[in-house]
Design a protein around this ligand. Structure first.
Ligand SMILES: NC(=O)c1ccc[n+]([C@@H]2O[C@H](COP(=O)([O-])OP(=O)(O)OC[C@H]3O[C@@H](n4cnc5c(N)ncnc54)[C@H](O)[C@@H]3O)[C@@H](O)[C@H]2O)c1
Length: 385
């Protein structure tokens, strides 16, 4: 089988996981990476054991050995890099959020559809086997009609005021921080599992740490900080938010996000309550799905190929009791992406769970509606798309 040539732009924190995941697929060749300079690209290429390094992403896009480009740059570079990939007619995998705002998101969605290539956004929690199990149980009516969808996505890595990265800079991260960064994951997951769309929102945002201290270095996510000559930087984007939700199937919901909540590492939880059953999944205990029942004892369903539904089996790689992880779910998502790429991105060949630029654009609309709701003093706002 001829290997597919892959190139990556933006070799920071999440890039290593993209490279690791595609290498595990076996039929993808990591041809080159592009960084913010020739020097940084070469350093990262040595680290990741990639042969070619480019100091300019346009040169990587032009490389004839590359058919698919992964964009893992900071958010403000998602539009120019992804647009250039699409203009070159190559397949593209963008990390989330698709773009800085809904206007940019729409531009990218339209360009991707016009280019007739595979276009994927890494809402990677969809790749978890028990997420697919929950989605199937809702879709088959096992939960009964949903009345409530709730949860949170809480982290603590920004609790330290000495953490200042492009995420806090509105020119690079966008007008939002927690909602765009992790709220986008939660909303995508909630809609994916519930099989329903959020139609209106009421949001309350807060900036718990309004002044951060920057060393001037472009800090990578989740890296600890110490020392250095630091300058105070004003931060306006939210690091905490709570949102009430209404869904198009009549369900109500709510979720909170925060990046300044000590002790919460990557604490994502989603619960859906139907008239017959409730289901709850927590990222930090991702090998279990809680099934809540009124008239029988509650259950914890283990991730076990002998216990999950048949259509979930491609997402499970180990027997029960062998823990699978964030990286395995990420790989599942990229496996589906490359399956679509092998089909040349034909719309009818897209694996059903795979998130596209349509989903990425929708996510930018949702976040923008939440910002609008908060700015209006906490008013219900309809999602426009
Ligand atoms: N799917 C997930 O769960 C997940 C997790 C983390 C980050 N992300 C997303 O991935 C993206 C990157 O986040 P990160 O945490 O890896 O950030 P990061 O700051 O660690 O990495 C960004 C990299 O891009 C490089 N870069 C900057 N300008 C560039 C240019 N002009 N050309 C090429 N490279 C350039 C930087 O030097 C850095 O190495 C963001 O959009 C973020 O939201 C997604």
């Amino acid at each position: 089988m001829k290997k597919i040539g892959m190139g990556l732009v933006g070799p920071g924190f999440v890039a290593g996981h993209h490279i690791d995941a595609v290498r595990r697929l076996g039929d993808v060749d990591v041809v080159a990476i592009a960084g913010s300079s020739q020097q940084s690209a070469e350093k990262k290429a040595r680290e990741y054991k990639v042969d070619r390094a480019y100091g300019d992403y346009k040169a990587l896009i032009a490389d004839p050995d590359i058919q698919v480009i992964h964009n893992t740059t900071p958010n403000h570079l998602h539009l120019p890099v992804t647009l250039a990939v699409l203009q070159a007619g190559k397949h593209v995998i963008s990390d989330k959020p698709l773009a800085l705002n809904a206007e940019e998101g729409r531009k990218l969605r339209d360009a991707a559809v016009a280019a007739k290539v595979a276009h994927v956004v890494t809402f990677n929690y969809r790749g978890n086997p028990l997420v697919q199990q929950a989605r199937g149980m809702v879709a088959r009516g096992e939960t009964g009609p949903l009345s409530f969808v709730r949860g949170y996505y809480l982290q603590d890595w920004m609790s330290d005021p000495n953490v200042y990265s492009w995420r806090s800079d509105p020119a690079k991260g966008g007008a939002t921080s927690a909602l765009g960064d992790i709220g986008s994951h939660w909303c995508d997951l909630a809609e994916h599992v519930a099989g329903a769309k959020i139609v209106s929102v009421l949001a309350d945002l807060a900036t718990v740490i309004p002044v951060r201290y920057s060393s001037g270095a472009s800090a990578e996510a989740f890296v600890g900080t110490s020392g250095g000559n630091r300058q105070p930087m004003q931060v306006n984007a939210e690091d905490l938010a709570s949102v009430l939700l209404r869904f198009d199937n009549g369900a109500r919901g709510c979720f909170s996000v925060g990046q300044v909540l000590p002790g919460h590492k990557n604490d994502l939880e989603l619960e859906v309550n139907g008239r017959a059953l409730s289901l709850k999944w927590r990222q930090e205990e991702q090998n279990e799905l809680w099934i809540g029942r009124r008239d029988q004892p509650n259950l914890n369903l283990a991730k076990d190929p002998s216990l999950v539904c048949r259509d979930v089996l491609p997402y499970v790689h180990l027997p029960g009791g062998h823990q699978e992880s964030w990286a395995d779910a990420f790989r599942n998502l990229l496996r589906d992406a490359y399956q679509w790429i092998r089909e040349d991105g034909r719309p009818e060949a897209k694996p059903a769970p795979l998130p596209t630029f349509e989903d990425g654009y929708r996510s930018t609309c949702l976040v923008e509606t939440m910002l609008r709701s908060h700015a209006a003093g906490g008013r219900w706002e309809q999602v426009q798309q």
